[in-house]
Design a protein around this ligand. Sequence first.
Ligand code: 5AD
Ligand code: SF4
Length: 488
Amino acid sequence: MTARTYAIRTFGCQMNEHDSERIAGLLEADGLVPAVDTDAADVVVLNTCCIRENADNKLYGTLGRLKTAKEERPGLEIIVSGCLAQNDREELQRRAGHVDVILGTHNVHRAVELLHQSRETGPVLEIWDEALEEAESFPSALAVRREIDYSAWVSIQIGCDNTCTYCIVPSVRGRELSRPFGELVAEVRRLAADGVHEITLLGQNVNSYGRDLTLARRELVDDTDADIEIAGTEWTGDGSRRIRPLFADLLTAVSSVEGIERVRFTSPHPKDLRPETIAAMATNDAVCNHLHLPLQSGSDAILTAMHRGYTAERYLEKLAAARAGIFDLAVSTDIIVGFPGESDEDFERTLEVAAEAEFDLAFTFIFSPRDGTVAATHTDRFIDPEIVGARYKRLHTVTERSALAKHRARIGRVEEVVVEGVSRRNEQMLSSRTRQNKLLHFASASPLRPGTRASVLVTDAGAHYLSGELVEVLAAPRHRTRIPVSAG
Ligand code: 5AD
Ligand code: SF4
């Protein structure tokens, strides 16, 4: 019998990509295999996002096409998951009766069970308003089907306790919950044993990782069992019950796991970037010299209206401290243009601060009102889209200029890279990542497997890439190459 096939379309951030890996893992554990022809897949998963755009139009368009496909192939099953499903559940149910399963961000682990249930009962909608079974709410806690063998995401925290006024995340992802310290270290050990040498720690506000754990731990009097439950069996703190975030300790612990050569993380919040995190980045060789530090705006008035908890000056101070402490640090950022009430002067400040910060990379976004956020209610202060468009272009010019300068400054250096695969643009070239997270293309006479480490001389640069020549291969990948299992 031929195995049933699945295809997943992921919208949005790395958190969603990680959730998709997890759904893939669950479907494969249930006997499904990835579809080669995604249009012919038996199970289609749409993992949605509503952070920055009105994704609903796109989603309903895709669902319309799937309706026709389902009429032709009644065996087709459709799952809609993610933030948009969490937020627009009733509308989705009303407008898309042909969707078999609608699930939210807190019950991803139930995807297959719900699919089975829908076969018995018809369409199923299950959204949890909060993470209930904590252990299972962490994507990493379940079998995942990783897209890349040598690299893995590790979700250290879910939810967000901040109140940025433009942001829908706290309402869809809920309150901040940290995964026990010891569990995380154990997972990283397992991954390393499996041949993974690069990990990316994921969280909405990684600097505050562990605040909830230490809080809960301080309440304890002398109960070792509960202690272990909260902190994990391998609690490596100093034994005290002070309330403090544990992110720096976590960085040190996972960097010390044998076989882990690169540790990345995203995203820290500037207001919480602490000296010990900078020190942990500086002293642990495995932690990559790249920091993603979202600025959002250069105007203090707008930063206040956004509820960001820092001024532009404070941001620049933190950035200077990070650059002073961490050798050869690359810095990327997120900036929003056209926040309600943003005046010409506010925007000029953003340009100035962006120029001063000299980012290696900036993700720039046009403000998009998200229903349910404070900023979306300030309709009287919305900025004319034409003005926003012009501002966006000017900001882009400034951030591209510093990105190009930063990339050009690498010419003549030898970078340590990890090969990602054949370049998408030019089959003769390989694409790789430097420790600073820059894309570096180079030619190689022999094919190098993804995960291979090499040193490459940088000979040219654009604003978003470097190119160069192979100097030497440093190490072959340690992970096992997957042998495709025939479905026949
Ligand atoms: N409009 C525009 N950009 C947004 N972001 C988050 N919410 C919005 C919104 N409503 C951006 C922020 C954040 C990144 C993940 O997405 O810059 O850092
Ligand atoms: Fe959203 Fe702010 Fe939390 Fe980031 S820190 S997820 S922008 S509320």
